[in-house]
Design a protein around this ligand. Sequence first.
Ligand code: GLY
Length: 411
Amino acid sequence: MKILILGNGGREHAIGKKLFEDNPSINIYFYPGNGGTSLIGKNIENYHSTLELGFFAKKNGIDITIVGSEIFLMEKIVDIFHDFGLKIIGPNYLSSQLEVDRSFSKDFMKKYGISSPKYEVFSCYDKAVSFLEKKTKPLVIKTNGIAGGKGVFLVKNKNEAKKALKTIMIEKKFGNSGNKIIIEDYLQGIEASIISIFNGKHIIPFISAKDYKKIGENEIGVNTGGMGSIVPNPYMTNSVWLYFKKNILNPTLKGLILEKLIFFGFLYFGLMITSNKVYLLEYNVRMGDPETQALLPLMESNLLNIIQSIFLKKKIYISWKKLYSCCVVLSSNGYPENYDIGKMISGLDSLKEPFYIAGANKKKDKWITSSGRVLNIIGIGNTLKEARYKAYDKVKKIKFDNLYFRKDIGL
Ligand code: GLY
């Protein structure tokens, strides 16, 4: 069995490690991969287009490709691999609009009565500014296109709102992703992430997770790709699950089928749990990062069997350890804006599993940072407190210049 995993972060390392632990005889290829993935498989290099990747997969007899990062979806990777007759886990271009085009997904939510915040879409800066003039409550302003999790601004007043609009639409900080914007009602609550499997017929949810998106403790500062995660999410009580299934999951399934947004892959629900309701904030059409890194160490089922079952459209049972998991992201100070790389990391070679490499390479026996998010350190315990304690105990063993991490993951 040959698997190709697309992406270069901690999520892809975690998927690869889990597949390899469950099935030591498989061959895993990563594109582009990172220093961690090269230890469990082969990082393939020098491919410049999705078409070339398709030729690689065909020529090398890749059985299944897993799209880790959303970047590949914009390049129609799934449609291209289908043209080659290759099996791939991920949405085709049309279905990927659920993630990469927010106005498309908000319109889908509205059409199918999915519990979600009220919104307006603007592509004209002046019209957006005059809409804001009438608003007095906090709002959320989002780029229509994806921006690595960073194109979302919570604005408490008109000045903040206008500043965010200027950053997105005039200064073009997120390029074409900000050509259109969504202005959404701000909801006070606790976020939850539900990753699920969609096989074209059923949606099978994983256990719940929570990610920590802001750079600063107590969710202060700018959005990042994610600074930590916990599993399960303590706020996903039975009644929240029931509400989610009735008002979000079931109508989503109905809509996907009616709109022919059929794909074999992962569907991620980004939720907001308020005092009396659960709202869907966004879909992603892939596994979340860093939720995956906290989820997979608790998965008892064989991930390869689960992935193979997707193509058979079978409703499967996924078994999970009855434990808690806490993932702390170690980053380069200055991330997500400006940061230095090339710093030597100590303490990694003797670190107890599980942990994942997000952005580091091994050069002459030394680990060197290569990105903003560097490592994902995981603690597992019988309680969240114990999982958190174990994660932070492991974090203490890692050192590199300009190391930054949040100290409140799981608090
Ligand atoms: N943690 C959310 C994401 O992967 O975008």
